[in-house]
Design a protein around this ligand. Structure first.
Ligand code: ADP
Ligand code: MG
Length: 537
């Protein structure tokens, strides 16, 4: 692991970097790879324009941008899959033409693709050295050396599996670590990670970020792509924002806020204004009967004495640390879990014995696990959208498909701003944002009185997030009452009228979103008073 600049990097430690002086477009550390004036066209359409970036040895460089901004195209250029029509690439200061992925590998560029490029039927060690096994005398594979090397590299990424373990028996996290170890096995100076945390849970993400820091300490260059702004800004030394194939800015991560980054990515500030104007409209309405009221709602294990009411047109957020009972409250409200206490819908007591029962009373749940609960991935958009209205259309026991139904489908698709207008597109082929929009369109078709959202934008890119916020606001403007459970405080501050904090199964505080202060909410989430909080923070 004797890489140049190691001493320099370690002396600085693995934590946040001091702000660099001078031009933010060049790293404080010597660059491992650099693009100068790179442009890329696909059948005459320009998708990258004049991209000049440098990625330092010992630097974690975040790359952010909406879908279609050109991130993957740039990565494919660095990894030898595409050649740019204009501009040059430099590796350690030398101009190079990267001819192929294997040439990129020789130059020290390692890419951890989302599919990892591993062969499931082979062992960890075989995958690491595929096609270039360390040879002993007479050209025979030297297994002792192969296993020893493999062990050393697996240790480096803290992956505790045997070199002889079959890849198909590994978890997603383990496969990802193996892919990183593989890149280390040919001593990659640059490791590119495209959405590496998308399929990982919280603890796994922490472990991965730890590995990223160690790679940096070892003097490697890392390009980190993720839709999670907090994550990117937290791990990167510098971050580059791409929009429409252009570099909008490269900044030290410590000098850019999440909202600023989002603004640069989308180039729109309208969203906030539009959402706010919705809230104003809602305020001018007189205090109508609550569409839903919940009183002394309790579950022996998960939550206690929960009371709140929800007016028509109102969006109420529920926030808490993981495992405080907020998800179970939502489940009980759509009849998937029994609880004591009273729920009234439009003033009428409603027992909500099952999800079907809740649906009949106009309570609709939009789950966070779109792929498991909300959508049939192997059906197309039209089939997904017509499933929820099946009953209406089978009035006389005969299903009515055809023109009218198809018109409805097209209208729903454009109502939720799906990026495709082809109803025969299969659900699995859509992006996360579009899948969520199909789920929302399904719910719209049920004409709900109350909509319960769980993590409405988890894993969705910024542009689609904004569309979804506007859709939620539009539901509210249409007279539905909405409850959003989310761990993302910024999201709740943006879309909600009121925010309830749940701690240890109880609603401990309530905030008007407009006057709420983020830090205040955090403290309440931790169950801390002001003084204790100051010590803890
Ligand atoms: P990102 O990874 O930021 O979402 P991409 O690099 O995948 O963006 O895409 C950038 C633009 O280039 C998009 O408009 C996309 O449609 C287009 N594009 C990407 N790959 C191809 C291709 N092979 N042929 C034609 N257009 C492409
Ligand atoms: Mg991409």
């Amino acid at each position: 692991m004797d890489r140049p600049f190691k001493a320099d990097v370690q002396a600085r430690g693995g934590g946040a970097r001091p702000p660099e002086s001078g031009f933010a477009g060049s790293p404080a550390l010597p660059s491992f790879i650099e693009t100068r004036g790179v442009s890329k066209f696909f059948s005459g359409v320009r998708v990258l324009t004049d991209v000049s970036l440098s990625f330092g040895s010992g630097e974690v460089h975040g790359l952010i941008g909406e879908n279609g901004a050109g991130k993957s195209t740039l990565i494919k250029i660095l990894s030898g899959l595409y050649r740019p029509e204009e501009g040059t690439l430099l590796v350690k200061g030398e101009p190079v033409v990267i001819r192929s992925p294997s040439h990129a590998a020789e130059l020290g560029v390692g890419v951890i693709h989302q599919e990892f490029d591993l062969i499931p039927q082979m062992t960890a060690a075989q995958n690491m050295y595929l096609g270039r096994e360390p040879a002993g005398r007479f050209g025979v594979v030297d297994f002792a050396a192969l296993y020893a090397d493999t062990r050393r590299l697996l240790e480096e990424v803290r992956l505790s599996v045997e070199p002889t373990a079959l890849v198909r028996t590994l978890s997603v996290e383990q496969k990802q670590l193996l892919a990183i170890a593989k890149a280390l096995s040919w001593d990659a100076g640059l490791i590119i990670m495209d959405e590496p945390t998308a399929a990982l849970n919280g603890a796994e993400i922490d472990r991965l970020l730890d590995i990223v820091r160690r790679l940096r300490e070892g003097g490697r260059s890392v390009i980190f792509i993720s839709h999670h702004m907090e994550e990117v800004l937290g791990i990167s030394d510098r971050v580059t924002v791409l929009r429409d194939g252009r570099v909008i800015a490269t900044r030290p991560s410590s000098e850019i806020s999440e909202s600023e980054a989002v603004r640069m990515m989308t180039g729109k500030e309208r969203i906030q204004k539009r959402l706010r104007s919705g809230i104003e409209k809602e305020k001018t309405k007189s205090s109508e009967l609550p569409v839903m009221s919940v009183k002394n709602f309790s579950h022996p294990k998960h939550f206690h004495d929960v009371s709140f009411s929800l007016r028509k047109g109102e969006i109420v957020g529920i926030v808490g640390l993981e495992g405080q009972g907020q998800r179970q409250i939502l489940r009980a409200l759509y009849g998937d879990m029994r609880a004591s206490g009273e729920v009234r819908i439009d003033g009428v007591p409603a027992a909500l014995k099952s999800p079907a029962d809740a649906l009949r009373r106009g309570v609709v749940f939009v789950p966070e696990e779109r792929k498991e609960e909300g959508l049939c991935l192997r059906l197309d958009i039209e089939q997904n959208l017509t499933l929820s209205t099946l009953k209406e259309r089978s009035a006389a026991g005969v299903l009515k498909f055809g023109r009218a139904a198809r018109e409805d489908v097209r209208r729903s698709m454009s109502d939720v701003k799906l990026s495709t207008d082809d109803p025969s597109r299969m659900a699995y082929s859509l992006s996360g944002g579009n899948q969520q929009k199909v789920v929302i369109a399904k719910c719209l078709a049920c004409k709900p009185k109350v909509l319960l959202f769980s993590e409405p934008t988890r894993g969705i890119d910024v542009g689609a997030k904004e569309d979804i916020y506007l859709l939620i606001r539009a539901f509210a403007d249409g007279g539905s009452g909405i409850v959003v459970v989310s761990g993302d405080i910024s999201e709740l501050l943006l879309v909600c009228d009121r925010i309830l904090v749940v701690h240890a199964g109880r609603i401990t505080e309530e905030f008007e979103a407009e006057n709420a202060d983020r830090e205040h909410i955090m403290r309440a989430m931790w169950g801390l008073g002001t003084e204790e909080a100051k010590e803890a923070l």
